[in-house]
Design a protein around this ligand. Structure first.
Ligand SMILES: NC(=O)c1ccc[n+]([C@@H]2O[C@H](COP(=O)([O-])OP(=O)(O)OC[C@H]3O[C@@H](n4cnc5c(N)ncnc54)[C@H](OP(=O)(O)O)[C@@H]3O)[C@@H](O)[C@H]2O)c1
Length: 324
């Protein structure tokens, strides 16, 4: 089958490790299911894998891709939940110490077929295209959990989203505004600030700008470049939810602000199968749809990776399969 995969680790030049070509079709173990992919979307996780982060050399070659939507062997249209937990794990899959994401231990979604535990299949709402559905399992699910499960703030609260252009950030803006939060964003780029407002943000600011007032919660995926602003922008007793650190993972902790104003810093990673099901339903009931930067045929994966690496995107980069 056709696949997009990593055959080595290239820490400084991830695209050099990217391969497009034939790989063996996967076997289907008892209790697992095969999905013929119709669409898959790119994440930074795929670039980290090409750099060798979280993907040791003894697991190579590895088919990349966490996110996908397609059709199973029974003809059902499905979205693939990317968190693979142990067979005997019960409850929140993201808390299983032995969990992995697709493409870490088991081959990922950038292929004609992917094989996952049957319980990882979530029905795809007919109202969503395959390309839209393929954006949900990582960036959109991460945003959903950050805002609705981990932040602890209710609709009507003011939420600051740092780095408006990213996949998680655009999801936070769309989900937050549809759910009745007042969403403020920062972006380095004027056109991204304008697009964020079009998407539902109440106001958009330059990075580090003094805000009209302090916010109830900050959604942080940028890391080092925005952390200090996040801490200073938060109300006493407020919460920063952090799920990524694109621009550096070791900023100053600003501990004086943290204890004196009694701030809470909460980590968040991916989401559960139940949250993915609710996210898909939220999209149907509200009419919100994933923001897609570009859709390309699967054999143009390298161009999609180039775009992601360059960072000049607003929303998700999607690959499509045409099995006809
Ligand atoms: N924990 C999880 O489960 C999970 C799931 C998905 C993603 N993530 C992580 O979340 C992060 C965000 O991923 P993403 O794909 O949504 O977006 P992304 O492409 O990493 O970009 C996020 C935003 O960060 C801002 N940014 C990047 N470099 C910057 C810098 N040097 N200075 C200031 N701002 C900078 C940019 O905003 P502007 O250009 O608008 O300023 C960009 O749009 C990644 O680190 C990813 O690994 C985690």
């Amino acid at each position: 089958m056709f696949a997009v995969y990593a055959d080595r680790a290239e820490p400084d030049d991830p695209l050099a490790a990217l391969q497009l070509g034939e790989r063996p079709a996967p076997d289907v173990p008892e209790g697992w299911a095969r999905v013929r992919l119709r669409a898959a979307s790119l994440n930074h996780h795929d670039l980290w894998s090409l750099r060798g982060v979280g993907l040791p050399s003894d697991r190579l070659p590895m088919v990349l891709g966490c996110d996908g939507a397609g059709v199973d062997d029974e003809g059902n249209e499905v979205v693939v939940h990317a968190v693979i937990s142990s067979p005997d794990w019960r409850g929140d899959e993201t808390l299983d110490p032995a969990r992995s994401l697709l493409s870490e231990r088991y081959h990922g979604t950038f292929a004609d077929e992917v094989v996952v535990p049957r319980r990882n299949l979530v029905p795809k709402p007919s109202q969503l295209t395959f390309a839209e559905a393929a954006c949900l399992p990582s960036a959109w699910l991460t945003a959903y959990r950050m805002l609705f499960t981990r932040s602890g703030v209710d609709p009507g609260a003011t939420v600051l989203v740092q780095g408006a252009g990213g996949g998680v950030a655009t999801a936070l803006i769309a989900l937050g505004s549809a759910a009745g939060y007042r969403v403020w964003v920062t972006s380095r780029d004027e056109s991204k600030r304008a697009k964020a407002v079009e998407l539902g943000a109440d106001q958009a600011f330059e990075p580090g700008a003094r805000l009209p007032e302090r916010v109830d919660s900050v959604m942080e995926t940028v890391g080092g470049a925005t952390w200090s602003h996040s801490v200073k922008s938060l109300k006493a007793g407020g919460t920063i939810v952090v799920s990524g650190a694109t621009a550096g993972a070791a900023p100053s902790a600003q501990l004086r602000h943290v204890f004196f104003r009694q701030l809470t810093v909460v980590g968040s990673t991916m989401g559960t199968r139940d949250e993915l099901t609710r996210l898909a339903r939220f999209c149907v009931t509200t009419g919100v749809r994933p923001v897609i930067h570009s859709v390309r045929p699967r054999d143009q994966a390298r161009e999609g990776f180039r775009q992601l690496l360059a960072g000049d995107v607003f929303g998700k980069i999607v690959l499509e399969w045409n099995h006809a």
